[in-house]
Ligand binder design. Structure first.
Ligand SMILES: *[C@@H]1O[C@H](CO)[C@@H](O)[C@H](O)[C@H]1NC(C)=O
Ligand SMILES: *[C@@H]1O[C@H](CO)[C@@H](O)[C@H](O)[C@H]1NC(C)=O
Ligand SMILES: *[C@@H]1O[C@H](CO)[C@@H](O)[C@H](O)[C@H]1NC(C)=O
Ligand SMILES: *[C@@H]1O[C@H](CO)[C@@H](O)[C@H](O)[C@H]1NC(C)=O
Length: 482
């Protein structure tokens, strides 16, 4: 198979004309959330576009969501979500844990949007125009936005001047929460970094680890499930060689548009399937949820039961993929081009992946059920240059945030669900008394940040109890030092 670059969950960058760069992908919203379960006010705060030089005095309005219902003033805590790559309302809705525990702590709840996402566009419609406009999309600038916003909140809200702030974040937002505590220890007393792959960078984690985890998840899904998926790639390759075969596949998978060329099968369709299995591993939650797609409880088990039940391997694969995309029965066809970059959220992450966030990944078809796709730094650099006209700095994040050498930091909880492919690049063993790792045996991507649910496994119930306990200790330490 002719894959140009390795990827985590792959997206073809449309800017290069369809093929080319493949980008890792965290779960992200498909569109704005229209109706929230939680109540908050939506506000804006004016930020400099560039915190780190005096080359421009441009400003923009950063959106944030705020709820002061439980906050009783008098220096009560502020729970602050460090927004990641997407519309902040989506993170507000999918971080029930903060809402669940805020009343207990009498905490103010704030969700801060990440610049260049949602409604926080530094240059309006021109934000993504070229590197001159887009170059301010970095983690460092986002962290500085958070720090200034906190200063603003504490100075403008009555009773908040001495409030301790606890940062929360999941996925890339978890990376930001951890880095925020490292870089701005005077802004936050501690951080819960959930499913934060802070070590998914050059030289820190073997690039194939994620795909091994996904393979284990499908192995557990039902016996033989991973074997079937492993077999499917060669079968797809063979059948994709002929027009008759492609027609058969198009109809077997009820595809929205027909497979015209061999490459449609061997690149577009296989990447789409790889995406599908990757996504399932991230959202293998113990109850029905609608994080990326509406899905039943333990969706991998359901999908695997379809995959292994069928006599024909590819028909089984089609049935499994259909469950993922058509659980509600609303899908008229399956769109293998859907995983291409389709929204600004996807585009923004693609740019971040091509500038600071060099997060290598690879598969070999031996230690995982996928196909050989090596990580090639040279090819990645070249493709990023051509897609975004920027040269990635693959080692900058290590320099900036310490790589594995972070024991000088304190008060960070690193939580990871072991079903989650992203746990491969996470901190899963405690590094010191106050850099605490919590693993959740039956957890997918930041399950602990979701609201509590009757179907929660014991492992996540215990993880949340431990998290609450540690946050309580941070607060006690803070108040006893005042
Ligand atoms: C096949 O060609 C048609 C007509 O040009 C196009 O609309 C469709 O998107 C193509 N299918 C794929 C999978 O690229
Ligand atoms: C989705 O499910 C509905 C209801 O079962 C079915 O009518 C429809 O054909 C399915 N769509 C696809 C693409 O399989
Ligand atoms: C990596 O990519 C470069 C540029 O595309 C290519 O020349 C080189 O052969 C590749 N290396 C490997 C080991 O595949
Ligand atoms: C980590 O940082 C400390 C303090 O700067 C330094 O002494 C140590 O050598 C570093 N360790 C590694 C593995 O880089």
């Amino acid at each position: 198979m002719s894959h140009v670059a390795a990827c985590l969950v792959c997206l073809s960058v449309v800017l290069t004309g369809g093929t080319g760069l493949l980008t890792p992908r965290f779960p992200r919203p498909k569109g704005p959330v229209l109706r929230s379960e939680y109540s908050y006010d939506t506000k804006y705060f004016t930020q400099p576009v560039d915190h780190f030089s005096f080359a421009t005095s441009d400003t923009f309005d950063q959106r944030y969501l705020i709820n002061r219902k439980y906050f009783e003033g008098d220096g009560g805590p502020i729970f602050f979500y460090t927004g990641n790559e997407g519309d902040i309302t989506w993170f507000g809705d999918n971080t029930g844990f903060m809402w669940d525990i805020a009343p207990k702590f009498k905490a103010m709840v704030v969700f801060a949007e990440h610049r260049y996402y949602g409604d926080s566009m530094p240059y309006g419609k021109d934000s993504y125009k070229d590197p001159r406009h887009l170059g301010y999309l970095t983690a460092e600038q986002a962290l500085a936005d958070f720090a200034r916003l906190i200063t603003h909140l504490k100075s403008s809200i009555p009773g908040a001047a001495d409030s301790p702030v606890v940062a929360f974040g999941g996925s890339y937002g978890g990376m930001l929460a951890a880095w925020f505590r490292m870089k701005y220890p005077s802004s936050v007393i501690g951080s819960l970094a959930a499913s934060a792959p802070v070590w998914q960078f050059e030289g820190l984690t073997p690039c194939g680890s994620q795909y091994s985890i996904i393979t284990q998840d499908f192995q557990k899904g039902s016996p033989g499930c991973d074997t079937r998926i492993r077999k499917s790639w060669d079968l797809l390759n063979q059948i994709g060689q002929t027009a008759a075969g492609r027609e058969k596949l198009s109809s077997m998978f009820s595809l929205c548009s027909p497979l015209n060329t061999t490459k449609d099968v061997t690149v577009t369709m296989t990447q789409w399937l790889l995406n599908t299995w990757f996504n399932l591993a991230m959202v293998d939650y113990p109850y029905p949820a609608s994080f990326l797609e509406p899905l039943p409880a333990w969706p991998i088990k359901e999908v695997c039961s379809l995959i292994t039940k069928s006599l024909d391997v590819l028909e089984g694969i089609a049935a499994g993929a259909t469950l993922y995309y058509n659980y509600t029965g609303q899908a008229t066809c399956l769109n293998i081009q859907e995983s291409a970059v389709s929204s600004l959220g996807d585009l923004g992450w693609s740019f971040q992946f091509c500038s600071e966030m060099t997060m290598p990944s690879c598969s070999d078809g031996v230690h995982d059920m996928f196909f050989p796709e090596p990580w090639n730094l040279t090819a990645y650099m070249a493709q990023c240059k051509s897609a975004w006209k920027v040269t990635p700095r693959p080692y900058w994040i290590l320099q900036q945030f310490g790589g594995k050498n972070i024991t000088a930091a304190s008060n960070i909880i690193f939580s990871n669900g072991l079903l989650d492919p992203w746990s491969a690049g996470g901190v899963t063993e405690s590094l010191s008394d106050s850099l605490v790792a919590i693993t959740i045996a039956d957890g997918a991507h930041h399950l602990d940040l979701r609201s509590s649910n009757p179907a929660d496994p014991q492992s996540v119930i215990e993880a949340r109890e431990q998290e609450v306990e540690i946050i309580r200790e941070w607060l006690q330490q803070y108040y006893s030092g005042l």
